[in-house]
Design a protein around this ligand. Structure first.
Ligand SMILES: C[S@@+](CC[C@H](N)C(=O)[O-])C[C@H]1O[C@@H](n2cnc3c(N)ncnc32)[C@H](O)[C@@H]1O
Ligand SMILES: Nc1nc2[nH]cc(C(=O)O)c2c(=O)[nH]1
Ligand code: SF4
Ligand SMILES: [Mg+2]
Length: 228
């Protein structure tokens, strides 16, 4: 029997591997594609320690998987969208070939990243969701602002807001970098069970900010648990 295109991609990918915490199928809970059936590939490890991180279980452990095995697992779910996240996915160099392989296989791919490392090698078909770290995250110094001019209409910038000082910082960063014009989507998200969502909504409305407020849909549906 003739090899399919997917078989050929898979054979090329057996040499490269990544450390993976989990691969699961859910509704996208964040950013522009919120609500769409999506496969999540969560890469292990992160050099940051955000105060509010909901994915600390992905800092360590995981299982080494070849690109071919990852692709095969992704393809076992009925989704057109794949979200590569972590941990910090770009901390593993083989994240770059993984993103390319997923695009080559025909998926709509998004990448959730802290933006603490360069984003320029990411396949241009990927939507980069760069989470600019706010003061209350404790990781403000890790923001690589050189990434911002590299972003375009396909990309998204997110601010996870913990308090009023974070909101003020996000507002002035929005202005300073002309983010609403530069990227396709600017997202303001309340830190889960820390900032009341209604409070953030009222601040945004008061200022008429050109941003999209988002809440983590999966937590509204299933709570704060792994694998959803
Ligand atoms: C777990 S991180 C993984 C990707 C990457 N390390 C990053 O920080 O973007 C994925 C997204 O979840 C967000 N997030 C983590 N904990 C959160 C919380 N408690 N409330 C709201 N968003 C949170 C992060 O800010 C980030 O935008
Ligand atoms: N459903 C669901 N959507 C998500 N979007 C981004 C997530 C992440 O942890 O990066 C995530 C997640 O963990 N679950
Ligand atoms: S960068 Fe992302 S994974 Fe790392 S600690 Fe912060 S929120 Fe968690
Ligand atoms: Mg999550």
């Amino acid at each position: 029997m003739a090899a399919t295109e997917t078989d050929l991609i898979a054979t090329d990918l057996t040499g490269e591997s990544l450390r993976i915490s989990e691969i699961f199928y859910s509704l996208q809970g964040e950013a522009r594609d919120s609500g769409l059936p999506t496969v999540f590939v969560r890469l292990t490890g992160c050099p940051l320690r955000c105060t509010y991180c909901d994915s600390e279980y992905a800092f360590y452990g995981g299982e080494r998987m070849s690109l071919a095995d990852i692709l095969q697992k992704v393809q076992s779910y009925p989704a057109r969208h794949v979200c590569v996240t972590g941990g910090e996915p770009l901390a593993q160099p083989n994240c770059i070939p993984l993103l390319k392989a997923l695009c080559d296989a025909g998926y709509q791919v998004s990448l959730e990243t802290s933006g603490a490392m360069p984003v320029d090698a990411v396949d241009t078909r990927v939507s980069r969701v760069v989470d600019l770290k706010t003061p209350a995250s404790g990781e403000l110094a890790r923001n690589r602002m050189e990434n911002i001019p590299l972003l375009g209409q396909r990309d998204q910038v997110k601010f996870v807001i913990c308090d009023r000082a974070d909101y003020e910082w996000a507002k002035s960063t929005l202005d300073e970098y002309g983010l609403s014009r530069r990227v396709g989507e600017v997202l303001f998200s309340p830190s889960y069970e820390q900032l009341p969502p209604r409070q953030l909504a009222e601040w945004i409305l008061e200022d008429g900010l050109p941003v999209r407020m988002q809440m983590q849909l999966h937590k509204l549906l299933w709570g704060d648990i792994p694998g959803v």
